[in-house]
Design a protein around this ligand. Structure first.
Ligand code: PLP
Length: 354
């Protein structure tokens, strides 16, 4: 059985839209896409032309960065787009389901709801750790996609690669295991991409939105079996990647861009530990969860009051109290050293008043 047999039959049978850019490579005289023959004054990028559907140079660079062949990679508008494409390609409305391990990133359930797919929530163990044996024994047969976020948003904990391998091995021919590694650059663990060769039913989400400092460019990648990638390319809109975003990504990824990114990630991780230690000492703080990401989640006596006190000082953090098991929790993104100090000062001041 191929992993593609898990996908919706109508999507597999689909005749994909064939865009002008797909049918012919750029030529000297381009009269095939109803574009403007003129650039605007000051346009140095050539924005009068449609962009490449999957820009060759960007795909080659991202493939090298993530350790996959170009045919194992899909680049989209953030990893959010890949989540949506996966759900649409694999889940039949009203029949199939996704599985998630709450508390976790909200987009998986939103994409499932839009598609009309059910969401099975799997219980996690103490300290938000996944219990692989329990997950496998309770997983519904309707589940086509199991989303595992590592490091997890909003708890910050990492899922061991051995657990991911065990899930993929046990779900072969049954479901695709999708590992969301939006924060992996901040963690001291390698990517699950190294397991792709062994498990065709594994997929990995990566993004330039966090450690690469390009959230505004909207560039995310899906790494998966070449057949899965080819299938998703067929249901993706024809020109998903705006040229200015591709240009910004190429600039960030070129030269010593990777070393710069790593320096930022290391600095951020050290600030995260400084924040964690300082937060643990503050009165009113019940727990600071160990994090491998670029945020820390804290449990407080009164999260709403602290949220408002910080907002009054011009500091916004995320109230994650509505997530299961996270009552009275705030998620605090790690900022610059100055911003983190400002946050700690505001919290200490408030503690004095109380
Ligand atoms: C931020 C984040 C993403 C990134 O989404 P993009 O669409 O690539 O910006 C993906 N997954 C999780 C869990 C996130 O927190």
């Amino acid at each position: 059985m191929s992993v593609l047999d898990l996908a919706r039959a109508e999507v597999r049978a689909l005749q994909a839209y064939s865009s002008a850019r797909m049918e012919a490579r750029p030529a000297e005289v381009m009269l095939n896409a109803n574009e403007s023959p003129w650039c605007l004054d000051g346009d140095s990028l050539g924005l009068n032309r449609y962009p490449e559907p999957q820009p060759e140079q960007l795909c080659a660079r991202l493939g090298a960065l993530y350790g996959v062949r170009p045919e194992q990679l899909l680049v989209g508008r953030g990893s959010d787009e890949a989540i949506d494409l996966l759900v649409r390609a694999f889940c039949r409305p009203g029949r199939d389901a996704i599985a998630i391990c709450p508390p976790t990133f909200g987009m998986y359930a939103v994409c499932a709801a839009v598609q009309g797919a059910a969401v099975q929530s799997l219980a996690c163990g103490a300290d938000f750790r996944l219990d692989v044996t329990a997950m496998l024994s309770t997983l519904s047969p309707a589940v086509k996609l199991l989303f595992v976020c590592s490091p997890n948003n909003p708890t910050g904990d990492l899922v061991p690669l051995a657990d991911i391998a065990q899930l993929a091995a046990n779900l072969a021919d049954r479901a695709l295991v999708v590992v969301d590694e939006a924060y992996i650059e901040f963690a001291d663990s390698p990517s699950a991409a190294s397991l792709l060769a062994e498990y065709p039913n594994l997929a990995v989400l990566r993004t330039l939105s966090k450690a690469w400092a390009l959230a505004g460019a909207r560039i995310g990648s899906l790494l998966a079996d070449a057949g899965v990638i080819a299938l998703l390319r067929r249901i993706m809109p024809p020109y998903p990647l705006p040229l200015p975003s591709v240009t910004a990504a190429m600039a960030a990824l070129g030269g010593d861009g990777e070393q710069r990114m790593q320096r930022r990630a290391r600095k951020l991780a050290s600030e995260r530990e400084r924040l964690r230690c300082a937060l643990e000492r503050l009165p009113g703080v019940r727990a600071v969860y160990p994090s491998q990401a670029n945020f820390v989640t804290v449990r407080l006596d009164d999260a709403t009051a602290i949220w408002h006190a910080l907002a009054a000082q011009g500091i916004v953090v995320r109230d994650v109290g509505r997530y299961p098991q996270l009552a009275n929790c705030l998620r605090i993104s790690v900022g610059t050293p100055e911003e983190n100090s400002r946050l700690l000062d505001a919290l200490a001041q408030r503690a004095e008043v109380a």
